[in-house]
Design a protein around this ligand. Structure first.
Ligand code: NAD
Length: 258
């Protein structure tokens, strides 16, 4: 399964931990060439890339704060210099950015949450498009953009998470537009939309709150990052999903069935 991912050049933003790291590990096991990214410049992250590469593929860490457009461009340039092109882009960097009710939201908070979840994906995709187009032309197969959406983008988000939820709905929707603009170039666009996944994203929650959330999930528990990863491989693989574009795949243990 996923054998066509061997040697594919896969850039995964926000992949130093959580869902992004588990996905990077899964791609490496499939023999892919993986670009890891986070906002920090730190030797331990280069060590992490070596550990990922040891799983079977190649891997390199690229520091870039994707809330900054020029760093989105630098990330794509550095990845292409290292691996020679891009076959798959995964826009996974993102986060809550804090919780604020409507009456507490100011311009700085709005800007930060939108930059982290919307601008980051927009700008990395913008700079990746020429490379994805070229790779599709050279291989004769589709190339792929996959973004990490959210159940919050479907149902509005929890208390104080309105801008985060709206930014994910924005991401879900902009994919639909990109399908119209770039299908002629043989580039596919799909979203993996997680429910509640056990990562540091939920570090602010008490055991009581976690139990309450779990009781609202049909499977009765949070998901794991490892349970998310294969969905990204599915959308990355032309053999598995070459006729699938513009879709949102909800991976949420039955928390919601949109
Ligand atoms: P996480 O906090 O474990 O990982 C976030 C990753 O993004 C880290 O690698 C971090 O370094 C990186 N990152 C953060 N800010 C960045 C920046 N400015 N520039 C570059 N990289 C940056 O979180 P996670 O739970 O694994 O979340 C990954 C994605 O999944 C996010 O987009 C998140 O919104 C989404 N998501 C998570 C859940 C969940 O329940 N965990 C649910 C729905 C959606």
């Amino acid at each position: 399964m996923f054998s066509d991912l061997k040697d594919k050049r896969v850039l995964i933003t926000g992949s130093t931990k959580g869902i992004g790291l588990a996905t990077a590990q899964a791609f490496a096991r499939a023999g892919a060439k993986v670009g890891l990214n986070g906002q920090r410049s730190d030797d331990s992250l280069h060590v992490l890339a070596k550990e990922v590469a040891a799983l079977g593929g190649e891997a390199e860490y690229f520091a870039a704060d994707l809330t900054q457009t020029e760093q989105c461009e630098q990330l794509v340039t550095a990845f292409v210099e290292r691996f020679g092109g891009i076959d798959v882009l995964i826009n996974n960097a993102g986060g809550l950015g804090g919780r604020k009710g409507l009456e507490s939201i100011d311009d700085a908070f709005y800007q930060h949450v939108m930059d982290l979840n919307a601008r980051s994906a927009l700008m990395v995709t913008k700079y990746a498009i020429p490379h994805l187009r070229r790779a599709a032309k050279q291989s004769g197969n589709t190339t792929s953009v996959i973004s990490t959406g959210s159940i919050a983008g479907r149902e509005g988000g929890g208390p104080g998470a309105a801008i985060y939820a709206a930014s994910k709905a924005w991401l879900h929707n902009i994919h639909r537009n990109w399908v119209k603009e770039f299908t002629k170039d043989n580039i596919r666009f799909n979203v993996v939309s997680p429910g509640t996944i056990d990562t540091v994203f939920h570090a602010d929650k008490s055991a009581e709150v976690r139990d309450k959330i779990s009781s609202g999930i049909a499977m009765g528990r949070f998901g794991t990052s490892e349970e998310l990863a294969p969905s990204f491989l599915f959308f990355a693989s032309h053999a598995c999903s070459g006729y699938i574009t513009g879709q949102i795949l909800d991976v949420n243990g039955g928390q919601m069935a949109p």
